[in-house]
Design a protein around this ligand. Structure first.
Ligand code: PRX
Length: 636
């Protein structure tokens, strides 16, 4: 790396060589009810325990501790272009709402350690519910609203929640999304139905039916707990705070479990060193609370830092493509966080929409979730005339792995690169064959030498073995955490991410497992076998494309029948997994390309679908299978 970035380098170096000293200092950024006795306990690798013996609470740090200095400052601004609402909550008001919600949860039998699934649209009550869980030591698991009933059922069965918090409906691009209806279906499918369901009735689904004895109305219970004061439950730093399910190689999503103390410190430190967000300022993160970006940088991060956070329900292009910039003009965020796909969407619109508003409040824009192509990076930097920081991380880590750290040193941005390892991460690029370190510009696996820093997942919910097996067994010679991403480091020390090493794909910044989509497709009665691959897409990064073997070929005998069958399969995915997993195309074939040992040649199919050379095909069992793929793609 170029020698001049000495301040960044020293900061990073110390975080690795003097972990305890470094993180003890960062630990001072939050309030502790009881001090820790040991900064790091790494006696059971690869499990790392941070701030052992320390007692704290996320809700206290996100709300209560700001009350003295900023009770009348806005904490949460809810903006909806779907239902046309603008509503701000000060820290005092947020505190009151979260106390009410905590009292409601307690009245429904929720106690410390109980799980609460939050399946909600982007409304303030979703954030209240998360913070209320944190307040009483309940473990929340937010499920993204785009997931369908059976995906939700699988998460209910794994988390076994005492309560599900939901709503009658959400709105997306002007269309109602029937949350309650999907939830009822999920509960029917579930083997561990929750005892209680708490519903925020927005009046969108007029026909919403309440199940007597199970379903409770939020407004009614809130009225009963208007003056509730619920003391925070102090938790040992390593107790679980939340579970967030994410996709991997198997069809079964993993419950990423996060702790309390390390999580609070890591996010608070990131607000200072990475996002440069100070108390009193505003942050606008355009994600959804159902994803990790929403957890870390709509809800917890900005509030931990004493900032105002914006919760936006709507798309970037309705009522017109200037809506985000209007929000910026109105609310003056200093920092904004979005995704490359959203920027590509805006890039296609008339630039006049950007010019129409005063966006000078934003000092930095952060983008993450998928690769940021160089032209998009350049376009948005020029348009806003501010540093645009591409940064790279995962649901598992909860905060950036590779990033510029402008709060420490303003290093120059290279377009298309998420810069350098964040403090706390001992990041290596390892050769797949023997775990040795790759040289400059050599493609290798992005790995992290444990112990992982505070805030990173502590385990897979209920399955320590799966945590070790999944993340730490890529290399037999070295105990390292695999990110499952390929990367390179150039001679200046800048990193570039080149895509996943596993079967995870990234559609518009949404992480999906191809196996999950395959399982959803297989729910269709006429599908014998299917392979799903991620195919490069100029707008969304990647799109899932399916190749399916049908049982009864008479159903696809004519082009019209084929088209109808394709639609049916897509509808099956919508029902099973949710529309976010819907393949862009379903091609029908009579055989899939496999090796002689029966391994599906996914990379080969992907290469063909992207018009690339599929490479070495000597292991293929029946080459005519490839011809079928070629024909299907060519529409023959
Ligand atoms: O493949 C990487 C890609 O998204 C994956 C993580 O997705 P998720 O768990 O949804 O977390 C998103 C948190 C921002 C990674 O394994 N990814 C994320 N950021 C980038 C990226 N790929 C390239 N560049 C990035 N900046």
């Amino acid at each position: 790396m170029a020698a001049e970035y000495n301040v960044y380098k020293a900061f990073h170096q110390r975080s690795i060589t003097d972990r305890e000293g470094f993180w003890a200092e960062q630990g001072q950024l939050i309030d502790w009810h009881k001090p820790w006795t040991k900064v790091l306990d790494y006696s059971r690798p690869p499990f790392a325990k941070w701030y052992v013996g320390g007692e704290t609470n996320l809700c206290h740090n996100a709300i209560d501790r700001h009350l003295d200095a900023r009770a009348d400052q806005k904490a949460l601004v809810y903006l909806s272009t779907e239902v046309d609402v603008e509503q701000a909550y000060t820290y005092r008001e947020l505190h009151a709402e979260v106390n009410r919600c905590a009292a409601i949860l307690q009245s429904l039998g929720v106690a410390k350690g109980d799980r609460v699934i939050i399946y909600m649209p982007m409304i303030p009550e979703a954030a209240f519910a998360m913070l209320a869980c944190a307040r009483i030591g309940a473990i929340h698991s937010v499920v993204f609203g785009g997931f369908a009933a059976s995906s939700l059922a699988a998460r209910i069965d794994d988390a076994k929640p005492k309560l599900v918090v939901s709503s009658d409906a959400g709105m997306r691009a002007g269309k109602a999304v029937p949350y309650k209806h999907l939830l009822d279906e999920a509960i029917r499918l579930s083997s561990f139905p929750p005892e209680k369901v708490l519903l925020v009735n927005r009046g969108i689904d007029k026909g919403m039916a309440m199940v007597a004895g199970r379903d409770e109305d939020y407004a009614e219970l809130r009225a009963r707990h208007m003056d509730a004061k619920v003391p925070v439950t102090w938790l040992e730093s390593n107790e679980p705070s939340y579970i967030l399910y994410t996709s991997g190689t198997t069809g079964k999503p993993k419950g990423v479990q996060r702790d309390v103390g390390g999580h609070a410190v890591a996010l608070t430190a990131s607000m200072k060193h990475i996002y440069c967000g100070a108390a009193g300022q505003t942050m606008f993160t355009t994600s959804d609370i159902g994803w990790v970006v929403g957890h870390s940088y709509i809800v917890y991060g900005p509030l931990l830092a004493g900032m105002t956070t914006i919760l936006y329900e709507g798309t970037p292009i309705r009522p017109d493509p200037g809506i985000w910039w209007k929000i910026v003009q109105d609310y003056k965020p200093t920092v904004m966080f979005s995704s490359p796909t959203a920027i590509r969407v805006l890039k296609k619109q008339d630039p006049a929409y950007l010019k129409k508003y005063d966006v000078s409040s934003i000092k930095m824009l952060f983008l993450a979730g998928e690769p940021l192509d160089e032209p998009t990076h350049r376009w948005i930097s020029d348009a806003l005339e501010i540093p645009v920081v591409d940064h790279y991380w995962q649901t598992e880590t909860g905060w950036p792995i590779l990033t510029a750290v402008p709060g420490i040193e303003k290093t120059p941005i290279k377009f298309g690169s998420p810069s350098f390892p964040a403090y706390g991460y001992d990041l290596k690029l390892l050769r797949e064959a023997d775990a040795s370190e790759a040289g400059p510009d050599e493609k290798a696996v992005v790995a992290i030498v444990p112990p992982l820093p505070p805030g990173v997942m502590s385990t897979v919910w209920g399955d320590d073995d799966r945590f070790v097996r999944t993340y730490f067994s890529t290399f037999s010679k070295k105990l390292v955490y695999s990110t499952f991403d390929w990367g390179i480091r150039d001679k200046d020390g800048y990193h570039f991410i080149l895509g996943r090493t596993d079967d995870v794909i990234n559609v518009a910044g949404h992480r999906l497992g191809t196996r999950e989509i395959e399982e959803a497709i297989q729910a269709h009665s006429n599908i014998a076998e299917v392979a799903v691959v991620g195919v490069a897409d100029a707008l969304k990064g990647q799109m899932p494309v399916a190749f399916a073997v049908v049982k009864d070929v008479s159903k696809i005998a004519t082009p019209a029948a084929r088209a109808a069958h394709e639609k049916e399969v897509m509808a099956t995915v919508d029902r099973q997994l949710g529309a976010i997993g819907r393949p862009a195309r379903v091609h029908f074939v009579t055989m899939l390309p496999k090796t002689r040992s029966g391994k599906m040649l996914r990379r080969t199919m992907q290469a063909l679908a992207e018009g690339r050379d599929p490479g070495d095909l000597t292991t293929i069992e029946d080459p005519t299978a490839l011809e079928q793929i070629r024909d299907a793609l060519a529409g023959r």
